[in-house]
Design a protein around this ligand. Structure first.
Ligand code: COA
Length: 256
């Protein structure tokens, strides 16, 4: 049961990177349930195909195009394939990300680079390719998935915090440069979200489990709002969806 109209995105096309699993798949499902035709992209075609099958079983039109967001040529092919199939692209969700929890002692030069390349450069690559091929002529909405890390030192997440804070900065610049062209760009910063690969990795690396977890649907709902006309005057914000944990210096558990 959604508070949003089932036809909210009817006629529109949404690309979700990292849409084959986890939060990305939930975002794809939620946008699709509200009428959008969906393109999902990530590295593994078989994972994407399985996710598309799931979405199609719910009556959602879905296209799976494999690409690594680190490779601009591959990203351009995703956009070309989307436009060839659906003739438009209204919504871009930069959700693809890499993460492994590790202390600075245990992050190699290449490990740090891999995360910045996927999270920050990947977001840039997909935004830029979408902009050049479609958005600058027709307008649209971009939502970048970041993290509520910008004001903190985050142990075991040096690479991720640096990359995601860069994503928030990129969000603001794209928002102001592209607003005159009818493009809104915002970011969503998920807090601890249950039933995700990222939280599993965090818990097994630190031995800690979180008292209060959000759900993938909580993130998808925030994204849906930001791409809807209900958010037509919201541009360049970073919306934390974390139950307040990102501003809680004493790390008191919240109930959700
Ligand atoms: N601890 C420390 N270093 C790690 C690591 C870990 N747990 N996992 C990967 N790395 C390092 C690798 O050792 C390598 O560095 P090196 O060449 O100096 O040895 C570097 O990161 C790149 O790893 P590689 O596996 O070659 O890169 P990749 O591009 O195939 O993988 C990752 C990308 C690193 C993000 C990988 O963890 C991954 O694919 N994860 C799955 C998706 C994911 O992260 N989801 C998270 C959702 S929040």
């Amino acid at each position: 049961m959604s508070i949003f109209n089932d036809n909210l995105l009817r006629g529109e096309v949404a690309l979700v990177t990292g849409g084959g699993t986890g939060i990305g798949k939930e975002i794809a499902r939620t946008l699709g349930r509200h009428g959008a035709r969906i393109v999902i992209s990530s590295r593994r075609q078989e994972v994407l195909d399985a996710a598309c099958e799931e979405l199609r079983a719910e009556g959602i039109e879905c296209l799976a195009v494999a690409a690594d967001v680190r490779e601009p040529d591959a990203v351009e092919r995703v956009i070309e394939t989307t436009l060839a199939r659906f003739k438009r692209l209204d919504i871009v969700i930069n959700n693809a990300a890499g993460n492994f929890p590790a202390s600075l002692d245990n992050i190699s030069y290449n490990g740090f680079k891999a995360i910045v390349d996927i999270d920050l450069l990947g977001t840039y690559n997909v935004s830029k390719a979408s902009y050049e091929a479609w958005l600058k002529q027709h307008g649209g909405r971009i939502v970048n998935i970041s993290a509520p890390f910008e004001h903190w030192g985050v142990a075991f997440q040096a690479h991720v915090a640096a990359a995601k804070t860069g994503v928030d900065s990129l969000t603001r610049t794209c928002a102001v440069e592209w607003a005159p062209l009818g493009i809104r760009v915002n970011s969503v910063a998920p807090g601890p979200i249950g039933d995700t690969e990222g939280m599993d990795r965090f818990e097994s690396a630190t031995g800690k489990s979180r008292a209060a977890l959000g759900s993938k649907q909580d993130i998808a709902n925030a994204v849906l709002f930001l791409v809807s006309d209900g958010a037509r005057f919201i541009n360049g914000v970073n919306l934390r969806v974390d139950g307040g944990s990102g501003i809680d210096m004493l790390k008191m558990p919240v109930s959700s």
